[in-house]
Design a protein. Structure first.
Length: 132
């Protein structure tokens, strides 16, 4: 588990999350619309955690949970993976490009729900080495 606890999601209010999805849908000429089942629960979960003091691992789990709730018609995974990449970017200054790439890849897999136990352990190990 990462040791740095902070409000990782604070920079992303629900309006920004929605705009990220709108932009992704626009690029692919896909319908941007909230879903009837998942939008409100995802919004509530996000807003509950937006300013919460979380480890980076926990913030990625919030992204995964929101992805699974499918708040938008299309590109839910891409929306929350984009946010995860931005969270990893906060760690990037002074970090070797290969390590940044690995962290982004693992974060994306966590948000997509496809991360292996090995990847989760690798993330924890890398974050511990960074003191994050």
């Amino acid at each position: 588990m990462s040791c740095l606890v902070k409000p990782w999601l604070a920079s992303f209010d629900w309006k920004i999350v929605t705009e990220i999805n709108r932009g992704l849908c626009s690029q692919k000429n896909a319908l941007h619309k909230p879903t009837s089942d998942g939008h409100e629960p995802a919004k509530i979960l996000w807003e509950k955690n937006q300013f919460a003091e979380l480890s980076l691992t926990d913030a990625l789990q919030v992204c995964l949970q929101c992805h699974r709730l499918a708040p938008f018609c299309f590109y839910n995974g891409n929306t929350f993976a984009a946010i995860a990449r931005d969270l990893i970017a906060e760690l990037s200054p002074g970090l070797a490009a290969d390590k940044t790439h690995i962290l982004r890849s693992i974060a994306g897999h966590i948000v997509a729900g496809t991360a292996t136990d090995i990847e989760r352990k690798q993330l924890d190990s890398m974050l511990a080495a960074l003191g994050k």
